[in-house]
Design a protein around this ligand. Structure first.
Ligand code: SF4
Ligand code: SF4
Length: 527
């Protein structure tokens, strides 16, 4: 097993065993009391069943080939998939950027410093964004493009089953945050390469994380939601939320369902219904108070904006986005508005097939317009505690929605302070690209040790003047996946008690400041 300083690209083809590890003493220090969680050794059974050949975690669970024929089959299927990635017939939406990212990297490594994983591990070689990409490029040029002299020009890469298995896993040592792509002076997109590898494994080899596929997009298409809530269950739950929060807030409201011809179909991440009902309630209160014409849909997947296909499989992503568009068409709404979910924003906006042509937009400009319209009376002194804002990579860097959230913050939160850096330069929360919902084979340890580390550093920095239990502090994370990741990191380290941190969305802050609502909508740990 190679350490970071010993690791070289050619190690990806080494015969057997785990390629590398990240030691606890290699991790970046934090100004918060955050526990380092040791890796749990992978069991003999896991090692026999799956290709455990990269590092200490196993995301993909690639079945370990047992015979030379199976080894060859894995390599050949991988190459078939790679050919399709570079075929205009099979991969027209992404081919141009993939070719740019494959052909034009200058090997300058300017992108390395922009990656939160590279920084959190004090520059571990495996987390250099170009490490994974360069293996991909070399295989492509040597075995698919068959570029003359490729192995002399770029380095000879032995393509065996270990190379394939390690590259597949490497595609899941990235949050697809595209901070590196934004940094690259040439426009090379290492996140795209990681996602294309994920896609190849799913669409060509049928290998994908079960949380994203069987328990994610497949379950959503079967039942209507990756939470497994069918339409009746979700309606019952939301009716309960209406009743409960009408009483809590003293503001009588009712969430509308299946209103034909409404202006807006609001598409929540259905996980909010179960995990954060106050978010569902807050949207309903604000939309009712603003007098909007709006509805939820109880069509299949019409009430769940989640689209995990976005992270690993184009076909699955398109199937889910079609269900969303069909629900909107059936009701005849004027537009879809996406609730607080980053990847749902991107999938709904960028992946809708042109034949549907349903206008869709983020909730943030609409919320900003409501807050600024004067239709609702606010008392910002109710939010007079330190607040910072987590930028979802999908909403902010990928979709360019930066200012509306901040307009709301400046209007309603007297002690708002930014993280540094923020906006399009913000760092991933560490749960991006599906990791927030995975917990097995050391993945949760990876999130807490490595992928979420930089975000914790940013949160500590934003509240540097008031750390400790005396001052209540609110981390506004208006994205369901970010919120889940932040919740986990706070809970694992008792930071809600030790530092009086609370987390939640932006609509909760809006309702917390509404004059027509009883004070105290946001609940703190001790309440
Ligand atoms: S991806 Fe861009 S920034 Fe990174 S090494 Fe290549 S050219 Fe340099
Ligand atoms: S996309 Fe994000 S996580 Fe992935 S290599 Fe680039 S900066 Fe790192």
């Amino acid at each position: 097993m190679k350490s970071s300083s010993e690791l070289e690209l050619k190690d990806v083809s080494r015969e057997s065993g785990q390629m590398t590890t990240v030691g606890m003493d290699e991790l970046m220090d934090l100004p918060l009391d955050v526990a380092k969680m040791p890796w749990k050794p992978l069991t003999a059974e896991q090692q026999d069943k799956y290709c455990c050949v990269l590092d200490d975690l196993v995301v993909l669970q690639i079945p370990r080939p047992k015979t030379p024929a199976e080894e060859e089959d894995l390599v050949n299927k991988f190459l078939d998939g790679m050919r399709k990635l570079f075929s205009s017939q099979d991969n027209w939406p992404y081919l141009s950027l993939l070719e740019t990212s494959t052909e034009y990297c200058a090997q300058c490594n300017s992108c390395a410093e922009s990656c939160h994983l590279f920084e959190a591990t004090n520059g571990h070689e495996m987390y250099r964004p170009n490490f994974r990409s360069e293996i991909f490029r070399r295989i492509y040029k040597q075995y698919v493009k068959k570029e003359p002299l490729a192995k002399w020009r770029y380095g000879d890469t032995d393509l065996n089953w270990q190379t394939v298995a390690r590259l597949g896993e490497l595609a899941y040592r990235c949050n697809l945050c595209r901070r590196c792509a934004q940094t690259c002076p040439i426009g090379v997109d290492n996140a795209l390469i990681a996602r294309e590898i994920r896609k190849l494994f799913s669409q060509e080899l049928g290998i994908n994380p079960p949380e994203l596929h069987e328990k994610g997009s497949m379950l959503q298409m079967r039942t209507g939601s990756s939470t497994a809530m069918d339409p009746q269950v979700v309606r019952d739950n939301v009716a309960f939320i209406d009743e409960d929060y009408s009483e809590i807030t003293g503001y009588e409201f009712k969430t509308p369902w299946d209103v034909e011809g409404a202006d807006i179909l609001l598409l929540h991440n259905a996980g909010e219904v179960m995990a954060w009902p106050e978010n569902i309630a807050a949207f309903s209160i604000i939309f009712q108070a603003a007098g909007l014409s709006w509805t939820l849909s109880s069509e299949l997947a019409g009430y769940d904006g989640i689209n995990y296909g976005n992270f690993y499989d184009d076909a699955q992503a398109m199937r889910v986005v079609r269900l969303h568009a069909q629900a909107a068409k059936k009701l005849g709404v004027k537009k879809i508005v996406i609730g607080e979910c980053g990847h749902a924003h991107k999938a709904a906006d960028r992946m809708q097939p042109p034949e549907f042509n349903v206008p869709r937009e983020s909730c943030f400009p609409l919320l900003r317009d409501i807050v600024m319209s004067g239709k609702i009376a606010f008392d910002p002194s109710r939010n007079n505690f330190p607040v910072t804002l987590n930028d979802s990579c999908n909403v902010v860097r990928h979709m360019g929605i930066v200012k509306p959230q901040r307009d709301i913050m400046h209007r309603l939160c007297p002690q708002f302070r930014e993280m540094y850096p923020h906006g399009v330069n913000s760092y991933c929360c560490g749960g991006g690209s599906g990791f927030a919902i995975m917990s097995r084979n050391n993945i949760e340890i990876w999130r807490n040790n490595i992928s979420g580390r930089k975000k914790m550093d940013q949160i500590a920095g934003a509240f540097a003047d008031c750390l400790g239990p005396e001052t209540k502090k609110y981390i506004c994370a208006p994205c369901s996946n970010c919120k889940g990741q932040i919740r986990e990191m706070l809970a694992h380290n008792d930071l809600m008690e030790k530092n009086s941190f609370q987390y939640g969305g932006i609509v909760e802050l809006i309702v917390n400041a509404m004059v027509d609502v009883k004070p105290g909508f946001i609940k703190w740990e001790e309440e």
